[in-house]
Write a protein that binds this ligand. Structure first.
Ligand SMILES: CC(=O)N[C@H]1[C@@H](OP(=O)(O)OP(=O)(O)OC[C@H]2O[C@@H](n3ccc(=O)[nH]c3=O)[C@H](O)[C@@H]2O)O[C@H](CO)[C@@H](O)[C@@H]1O
Ligand SMILES: C=C(OP(=O)(O)O)C(=O)O
Length: 428
């Protein structure tokens, strides 16, 4: 077991290249099940969630190769093998295997998903969608079993705007007979990315990226080539880190429009944010950071996945900031850890109230989930002294080479075995 150790206090400087989007990759990989020949996906991030999904595809007979960001999947000989083992529980996105296997085989048995512990993460809207398409659904021994004689297109209104349900229903509906209309659909860029892949496979989808998606079912889908969009949450993580450290960073190979909500908030705080076609420069070298309020919302609102890193930045802003998470009300596990480092934050209901600025000091802290991990890495970068972060496995689920990328920007960050010589002072 390893920890991340950071000696803080250096402003970040330089250029960082962003990887392919985790939250696209984890849907695109299951989507390859729908094709009856070879699919090649480029710009695949080298992260734990991707590795687990590859193992799951292999378990059902897929031939899979990941080489330098290029994933080749041959699903011509896969079978509807039940996936009810421990692996599916290691990530949330294993639930996309339900929609994809239902679409391809008209049946699926998939263990209940895992993922970050952000409070309740229901999947009732996914189930409602599958049932509307004609599937019988039962939950038994920790797994969901889906079965349909035929899948028939349907009009499905989502009671809550859900990225997961929108994608999962799309995966099953592309192979249903007739037309499916998903109303009150989520509009996240990852949904558009999945629709692009499915369309390249031969699916007929209109309206992805709006709140009404229309799908005309087809009989067969074929392999294709697809490149994953840049990770907007990784983009945002580096933008926030640049601002928090009062640095100047070019965040490269991104789609600036995907992080507009964050760019606006950073500008409101007094940070210079310059957008070009494929990069964003964040310059906080001359900034006096001002407090702002944040409310997480569905896209194009402020993303819940950046709420936790943002709380770290707001500890450095002058005044009181209120951060409200309307998507996951208890996504504040980073707060206790930030307090250990000197932050003045209290959580009331679904809001965190942050008073700043407070200098942070290094401490031993634990990453309890993926973005809490990112929040603590940023805290370590700006804190005085040494910060030691355990729970690195959460960070590895979703960030490719996080330490190497921060090191490239001048941060003093390294891995150390837990049994190693980690006194919280620098060994001379
Ligand atoms: C809208 C939103 O910001 N979604 C984020 C959410 O997606 P994720 O797919 O986890 O969540 P959803 O978008 O599906 O859910 C949004 C909201 O709807 C609720 N819900 C969802 C499905 C369901 O069947 N029933 C139900 O009540 C959820 O509890 C949540 O409060 O986390 C992902 C990983 O952190 C992010 O990449 C997504 O951008
Ligand atoms: C919470 C996240 O991941 P997951 O939904 O896969 O747990 C995330 O990407 O921020």
């Amino acid at each position: 077991m390893e920890n991340i150790v950071i000696e803080g206090g250096t402003p970040l400087k330089g250029r960082v290249q962003i990887s392919g989007a985790k939250n696209s990759a984890v849907a695109l990989i299951p989507a390859t099940i729908l094709a009856e020949s070879e699919t090649v996906i480029d710009n695949v991030p080298n992260i734990r969630d991707v590795h687990i999904l590859i193992e799951l595809l292999k378990e059902i007979g897929g031939q899979v190769r990941l080489q330098g960001g290029e994933l080749t999947v041959d699903t011509s000989r896969i079978k509807a093998v039940p996936l009810t083992n421990g692996r599916v529980k290691q990530l949330r996105a294993s639930y996309y295997l339900m929609g994809a296997m239902l679409g391809r085989f008209k049946r699926a048995s998939i263990g209940l998903p895992g993922g970050c512990n952000l409070g309740p993460r229901p999947i009732d809207q996914h189930i409602k969608g599958f049932e509307a398409l004609g599937a019988r659904v039962r939950t038994e021994k920790g797994a969901i079993h889906l079965e349909a004689e035929r899948l028939r297109g349907a009009r499905i209104y989502l009671d809550v705007v859900s990225v997961g349900a929108t994608i999962n229903i799309m995966l099953a509906a592309v192979k249903a007979e007739g037309q499916t209309i998903i109303e009150n659909a989520a509009k996240e860029p990852e949904i558009v990315d999945v629709a692009t892949l499915l369309s390249s496979m031969g699916a007929k989808i209109k309206g992805a990226g709006t709140d009404v998606i229309r799908i005309e079912g087809v009989k067969r889908l074929y392999g294709c080539r697809h490149s994953i969009i840049p990770d907007r949450i990784e983009t945002g993580t580096f933008m926030i880190a640049a601002a928090a450290s009062r640095g100047q960073v070019m965040v490269d190979q991104v789609i600036p429009k995907h992080v507009e909500a964050l760019s606006s908030k950073l500008r409101e705080m007094g940070v210079k944010v310059i957008e070009a076609d494929e990069h964003i420069i964040v310059d906080a070298t001359q900034s006096t950071l001002k407090a702002v309020d944040i409310k997480t919302l569905v896209h194009p609102g402020f993303p819940t996945d950046l709420q936790q890193p943002m709380t770290t930045l707001l500890t450095q802003a002058e005044g009181t900031s209120i951060v409200t998470d309307t998507i996951y009300s208890s996504r504040f596990k980073q707060v206790d850890e930030l307090r250990r480092m000197g932050a003045n934050i209290k959580v009331e209901g679904r809001s965190a109230i942050i008073n700043g600025p407070t200098p942070l000091t290094g401490a031993k802290v634990t990453a309890t989930d993926l973005r809490a991990g990112a929040a603590l890495v940023i805290a370590g970068i700006i804190a005085s002294g040494l910060t030691e972060i355990s729970g690195v496995e959460h960070i590895e689920r979703g960030y490719e080479q996080l330490e190497a990328k921060f090191k490239g920007l001048g941060a003093h960050i390294w891995r150390q075995s837990r049994e190693g010589q980690v006194p919280l002072y620098r060994v001379k």
